[in-house]
Design a protein around this ligand. Structure first.
Ligand code: 6GU
Length: 231
């Protein structure tokens, strides 16, 4: 899979892709992330990418042409399955969106900006608008990193068996059960007996029941969605 991210702040995206799982995915050739600096497609000596908004009002707006030029360049190289705009007014990102995106070959993520972008880019080039939650970030870069992480870790071969994405919270609409490691007792705090029992059927049942208890208590909406979907 290939993800092309378009941003005015490429520096914000250097960290997330140069470490840990995302780095491993890149090293193994399973995912490529390319960050493009929109500034390089701006007008004139100052590489201008934004201008005053029609109708007046504070705040500049990103112009069509720099974005269009970069999109045209990318699309001339390969077909893209989605051109995503990350913005607080987009559809809320969740595990099912991550799962769906992980099946795509090539996607573009255009980062929004506090300035806003010309609506015609959204109308004519964007195929999907995504928000990562009901709060406001300074720009779409961190959202693009969140989405890329959630998608890339699902690609076959990125995680090993032990950390397999199949056992994640949310993958079955259940939160994950509690986990413990050595020592089995610390300051009188004991690991649940069943986990030390060697009885794997009992352990599975305990984990399932703890996952259900957690989901009911902490995320009643998730629990109701699950139980009303006929599972
Ligand atoms: Cl995608 N962008 C910004 N700027 N803020 C957000 C967001 C995106 N998702 C939640 N808040």
């Amino acid at each position: 899979m290939r993800i092309d991210i378009i941003t005015l702040l490429p520096g914000l995206l250097e960290g997330p892709f140069s470490d840990s799982i995302l780095k491993r995915a890149a090293d193994k050739g399973l995912a490529e992330v390319h960050v493009h600096n929109l500034r390089e497609y701006g007008f004139g000596k100052h590489r201008q990418v934004d201008d005053y908004q029609f109708g007046g009002g504070a705040g500049m707006v990103i112009m069509i042409e720099p974005v269009e030029k970069l999109l045209d360049e990318l699309k001339a190289e390969r077909d893209y399955d989605e051109v995503i705009f990350v913005t607080p007014d987009g559809d809320l990102f969740d595990q099912s969106t991550a799962n769906a995106l992980s099946l795509k070959e090539n996607i573009i993520i255009l980062c929004g900006h506090y300035k806003g972008i010309d609506q015609r880019i959204r109308d004519h080039y964007i195929t999907k608008e995504i928000s990562i939650g009901d709060y406001v970030l300074s720009g779409g870069e961190l959202a693009a990193a969140v989405i890329s992480d959630a998608v890339i870790r699902l690609l076959p071969g990125v995680l090993n068996d032990e950390t397999s994405a199949l056992t994640d919270s949310f993958q079955d609409d259940l939160l994950a059960p509690p986990v413990y490691t050595r020592p089995s007792e610390h300051k009188g705090w004991k690991v649940p007996e069943v986990l030390l029992s060697g009885n794997f059927k009992a352990i599975d049942e305990w984990r399932q029941s703890e996952a259900e208890k957690r989901t009911k208590e902490r995320r009643p909406n998730l629990w109701n969605k699950k139980t009303s979907s006929g599972e």
